[in-house]
Ligand binder design. Structure first.
Ligand SMILES: [Zn+2]
Length: 109
């Protein structure tokens, strides 16, 4: 039985097969699909947008930027943005932000 109106994000093929579920952290089960042609697996989630290189760069830059302190007694002067704050500023989920930062670290080692 063919799955209707689901398109492969890579090759735009409609020849898609269901391939079980992926369990997310928030305990939501997500249907995983598999493309017959390019063999890529993906989940259907139109709300999720791809993180562009531009946003990725912005996240990394923000992570290495010190927050402007509101008053001179605030902390010891220097604090960086948390992943949650970066997520809010860039419109990316905080888990995606954490992942990007981690990958950025790994690439430097
Ligand atoms: Zn495909």
């Amino acid at each position: 039985m063919a799955t209707k109106s689901i398109e492969c994000p890579k090759c735009s093929n409609f020849h898609i097969q269901r391939r079980g579920y992926r369990k997310l952290k928030n305990k939501i089960k997500k249907q995983v699909y598999c493309c017959f042609d390019c063999k890529c697996s993906f989940t259907k989630n139109p709300a999720r947008k791809n993180v562009t290189d531009e946003i990725r760069q912005k996240i990394i830059t923000l992570f290495h930027t010190y927050k402007p302190t509101i008053n001179k007694y605030d902390g010891m002067g220097k604090s960086t943005y948390s992943t949650r704050e970066i997520a809010r500023m860039t419109g990316v989920s905080s888990s995606a932000v954490a992942q990007i930062i981690q990958k950025n670290y790994e690439s430097k080692i």
